[in-house]
Design a protein around this ligand. Structure first.
Ligand SMILES: O=C(O)CCC(=O)C(=O)O
Length: 282
């Protein structure tokens, strides 16, 4: 059966592509929600500017708003928007009804939403260096996380699609000197000061670009190394990333985001974030 095959791929490689998972009306809904999130995020940035406060200070006093992360080199441009299902009950219902059941069927367990975001990747916006999401999530109680990447725009190499480490689970892949830790039987590699995987490991990885279209979903676990390049096109490359944990390990969504509001600048919330290119305004 298809789902059995998907589960096997996920277990073997750490990621699996699910083409054509969403209907045309689902895709329109994703666009509609995005327009709401984007307008609200702009108004939050204006509010922060008008109050002459900092983002980290603003979020200390805001408990139920979207969390906006601006571009590193231009704080008036949005890099990503978080707390989506927390701030919008309709979007939460959409995810629970239209996305979560497929993932639960593949994983074979009930899930809870752990965190969520939409990456905008504006024209010229930088990529994410190679990293394992485990580095960011290890600070929280669930020991299994799986992310559904849900493109709003078709993704390709030019606009900075995500590329996965196809071979990193092969036993001869890397010598143990570059393994920092073993978690749930998976290797966690040494990191640089941004939380990215060290170059000695990165150069041994066989990268596979994932180029999903709107309507597809790509699932990946928190161990698989992945990276993306800058968006070299003239259009944004928008995608939702909804991360789940096992329901049997509790519901950590509000805990995660409360922690983020209290520690907005903590490196654990900015692992391997893009920093280099300044996006254009067009
Ligand atoms: O949006 C991208 O290009 C990559 C995102 C990513 O690697 C991440 O959020 O961990």
């Amino acid at each position: 059966m298809i789902l059995r095959n998907h589960r096997d791929q996920l277990e073997k490689f750490g990621f699996v592509e699910l083409p054509g998972s969403l209907s045309p009306s689902d895709i329109s809904r994703l666009e509609y929600f995005y327009s709401k999130f984007y307008e609200k995020s702009k108004s939050i940035l204006y509010e922060i500017r008008d109050k002459a406060t900092t983002i980290s200070q603003y979020y200390l006093n805001s408990t139920d708003n979207l969390i906006v992360v601006p571009e590193e080199l231009d704080s008036s441009l949005i890099s990503r928007i978080e707390y989506l299902t927390g701030a919008n009950a309709d979007f939460r219902g959409f995810v629970i009804d239209n996305i979560q059941p497929t993932i639960e069927a593949i994983v074979g367990k009930e899930l809870n939403i752990f965190k969520d975001k939409c990456n905008l990747k504006l024209p010229g916006s930088d990529g994410f260096p190679p990293h394992q999401d485990y580095i960011a999530y290890q600070h929280f109680p669930p020991d299994y996380n799986i992310t559904a990447m849900i493109p709003i725009d078709d993704m390709d190499i030019e606009n900075g699609c995500v590329q996965f480490a196809k071979n990193y689970r092969e036993s001869a892949f890397v010598n143990s000197a570059n393994v920092e830790n073993i978690a749930s039987g998976q290797r966690i590699f040494d990191t640089d000061d941004r939380g990215g995987i060290v170059a000695e490991v990165v150069t041994k990885i066989k990268w596979q670009a994932s180029t999903p279209n709107a309507g597809d979903i790509v699932l990946f676990d928190h161990f698989i190394p992945h990276f993306s390049q800058a968006n070299m096109t003239q259009s944004p490359r928008r995608a939702y990333f909804i991360t789940f944990s096992l329901a049997e390990q509790g519901d950590w969504y509000e805990f995660y985001f409360a922690n983020k509001r209290e520690n907005y600048n903590s490196p654990k919330f900015h692992v391997a974030n893009p920093t280099g290119n300044k996006p254009s305004r067009s």
